[in-house]
Design a protein. Structure first.
Length: 143
């Protein structure tokens, strides 16, 4: 008799814990995305929509298929970086995963937006680990 009463109560407790965990993870994911798709480039804020109005989308081929986005080379120049080839570029995510790449790699890269990855950079000639998503900042580091 004790088991028959305990099993439904235990199942309800597990179900409640699962619901609370799902809500918590959903809240964390929403907080990890950049607000209104704002990207900080060389200390200046830009919205993805603003950048889309100022630049034409391009397509690149990656080992993960064709990707469409804004050319990083033009974004860096637009942000006022003098001598782009004299710097390295650190791409920082909100979690705070980050990767640093050379100007040669930036010239081939694009910035995209999707619901799944928020702001993301693709570099066709680099491993997927360098393709930072939930991007919030591009830092310019002098060589």
């Amino acid at each position: 008799m004790g088991k028959e009463k305990f099993i439904p109560i235990f199942a309800m407790i597990v179900l409640i814990i699962g619901i609370i965990s799902t809500l918590y993870v959903s809240a964390i994911e929403k907080n990890n995305k950049s607000p209104d798709n704002i990207l900080l480039i060389n200390g200046k804020e830009y919205s993805f929509d603003e950048l889309c109005n100022d630049f034409q989308l391009i397509k690149i081929n990656t080992d993960d298929g064709e990707k469409t986005g804004l050319p990083l080379e033009k974004l860096i120049s637009y942000a006022g970086v003098n001598c782009p080839s004299c710097n390295e570029y650190n791409f920082v995510a909100s979690d705070p995963y980050q990767k640093t790449v050379s100007w040669k790699d930036v010239k081939n890269g694009i910035l995209t937006y999707s619901e799944e990855y928020n702001l993301r950079v693709y570099f066709p000639n680099l491993p997927h680990a360098i393709w930072v998503y939930n991007l919030i900042k591009i830092e310019v580091n002098k060589l």
